[in-house]
Design a protein around this ligand. Structure first.
Ligand code: NAD
Length: 525
């Protein structure tokens, strides 16, 4: 495997890569140069400097994964990567502590006027009255966005004796309670807080979420900190709110335009503290993001579950052992189904019964889809691009879950609606890791989904099994296992034979001549 690193990452992380793969470092490539180079590589590691354009991805014939050492992935064409089945991953955790600590530093600097006071002393002034501060103990801090960084900030400010309010519409009350914070409405947070700190991503919803209307209802004397993204606070509105005395101070690590332009009026105010996007700039954070991304890229190259994918569903580490065998099973079920049923697929439904229904099953469903699509498409289909390709082809995907069980502790059923029929195949995992297909439409069976399988639909009558055995024997095809499923004696039946050799079309035709057999399919796993 070959990995290309096009922005600087830590030396230690390069060494870790080198223990397992061939590494080439090549910085400052233009997109054109990168497009030329990329086709030999299995993985690409970047920071924000490299532009991974559609053209680069178009030329990346061997690329399996793009790793971003850091968070933002605006420099990577995720859509093009997804369509090509390339995993894009980032390293969002490595700088959490750095950003949280910077937020605390900003808050304390604001409350005690440290930057201005320091500058004043350096000008040989001794202005003790001018820089009278406020304590943070017993003050109310409103944290907007309670993700990784918001939570770390909360832990630290609680230690200072602050009361913590949180606004995050995607957070449950139980989670908030367990972290010792009060989940409140946006308006209450704005009206009640002495300090506000922002920890949301910049999205259409969060752009200008702190604007004139919001400043208008804030407690006069509020201090505000933005170590998240520029654009979440409207800078003009903030300037006005400071001038009007609503806001006593603002600490900004991020700006609408970075670096801020000379005419940014906020920079003229003494009670504005500004740092040049330093939130993640600690030695530890830089090392962490490099190590995190390298480890995740190596996982992707080995086909293991990656920790921080951008364009595929995630599984929690602790669920991986349970889910992985079902992913394998589902893929085999999908592959199996489309090799013996005809028709244009309109919808697939995955039905989960038993304990497995309690897990995040999306990746299992996508595995079934991958199995289905890989039978009739030339493109390389994987967990990343299967949902996109299914959507392009108008295949609807559904999931149904129920903890109820019938014959098996865990049963996964793939139901497929085509323009001709609706059919299903069900499977389970025996022991810990042993996939079985246990039902095809209404027929119970016990099939190990491996190698070559001959599947009949026939009438249950004496002689069929014997004749099939004889024909295969005459053609030197060795039968490994045989399973018959029937609804009732001498009724409709199916037979699944696993065989050691591939069976030619001619032999299948001979088998279809056997009295009682309607149809014979060869399924290859
Ligand atoms: P995260 O994804 O872990 O958390 C974001 C939280 O925001 C989530 O809990 C989400 O539910 C919440 N959220 C989303 N939309 C919201 C809305 N409209 N209102 C309220 N809450 C909302 O992210 P994180 O790792 O904690 O990072 C937070 C921010 O910090 C991001 O913008 C990130 O880019 C930025 N960041 C900046 C620096 C820096 O150098 N200054 C460093 C790291 C991260």
């Amino acid at each position: 495997m070959k990995v290309l690193v096009t922005d600087k990452i830590s030396e230690k992380s390069i060494q870790i890569l080198k223990e397992e793969v061939i590494v080439e470092t090549n910085y400052n490539l233009t997109p054109e140069e990168l497009a030329q180079k990329i086709k030999d590589f299995d993985a690409l590691i970047v920071r924000s400097g490299t532009q991974v354009t559609k053209e680069v991805i178009g030329a990346a014939d061997n690329l399996k994964v793009i790793g971003r050492a850091g968070v933002g992935v605006d420099n990577i064409d995720i859509h093009a990567a997804t369509q090509k089945g390339i995993i894009v991953l980032n390293a969002p955790e490595g700088n959490t502590i750095a950003a949280a600590e910077h937020t605390i530093a900003m808050m304390l600097s604001l409350s005690r006027n440290i930057p201005s006071a320091s500058n004043s002393v350096k000008r040989n002034e001794w202005e003790r009255k001018k820089f009278m501060g406020v304590e943070i103990k017993d003050k109310v801090i409103g944290i907007i966005g309670f993700g990784r960084i918001g939570r770390e900030v909360a832990k630290r400010v609680r230690a200072f004796g602050m009361r913590v309010l949180v606004y995050d519409p995607y957070l449950s009350r139980e989670t908030a309670r367990s972290k010792g914070v009060e989940l409140v409405d946006f308006e209450i947070l704005l009206k009640t807080s002495d300090f506000i700190t922002l920890h949301v991503p910049l999205t259409d919803k969060t752009r200008n979420m702190i604007d004139r209307e919001e400043f208008a209802i804030m407690k006069p004397g509020i201090r505000i900190i933005n170590c998240a993204r520029g654009g979440i606070i409207n800078e003009e509105a903030l300037y006005e709110a400071i001038k009007q005395g609503i806001v006593a101070g603002a600490a900004l690590d991020v700006f609408e335009i970075e670096p801020p332009t000379k005419d940014n009026r906020l920079l003229t105010l003494d009670n504005v503290i500004a740092t040049p996007h330093l939130g993640a700039s600690t030695r530890e954070a830089q090392e962490n993001v490099s190590l995190d991304v390298v480890k995740d890229v190596l996982r992707a190259l080995k086909g293991e579950q990656v920790k921080n994918p951008i364009n595929m569903p995630t599984i929690k580490d602790e669920d991986y052992e349970k889910i992985k065998p079902y992913m394998v099973l589902a893929e085999k079920m999908g592959k199996f189904y489309v090799q013996f049923k005809n028709g244009r697929i309109n919808e697939i439904e995955m039905i989960y019964n038993g304990e497995i229904s309690r897990f995040e099953t999306k990746i299992i469903t996508i595995s079934a889809l991958k199995g289905i699509l890989s039978v009739f498409l030339q493109e390389s289909i994987n967990i990343v691009n299967a949902p996109v390709i299914a959507k392009e082809r108008g295949i609807r995907i559904k999931e149904t879950k129920s903890p109820e069980i019938e014959n098996y502790n865990n049963l996964v059923t793939l139901k497929v609606k085509t323009d001709k029929t609706t059919g299903s195949v069900s499977g389970t995992i025996f022991a810990k890791n042993d996939p079985r297909i246990v039902k095809i439409d209404d027929f119970y069976i016990d099939l190990v989904p491996e190698g070559y399988v001959l599947l009949t639909s026939h009438r249950d009558q004496p002689g069929v099994v014997g004749r099939v055995g004889t024909i295969l024997g005459e053609n030197d095809i060795n039968i490994a296992t045989m399973q018959v499923g029937r609804k009732y004696p001498r009724g409709e039946a199916i037979m699944a034979l696993t065989v050691d050799e591939i069976v030619s079309k001619d032999i299948i035709k001979q088998l279809e001549q056997v009295k009682g057999i309607n149809k014979m399919h060869l399924v290859i796993f």
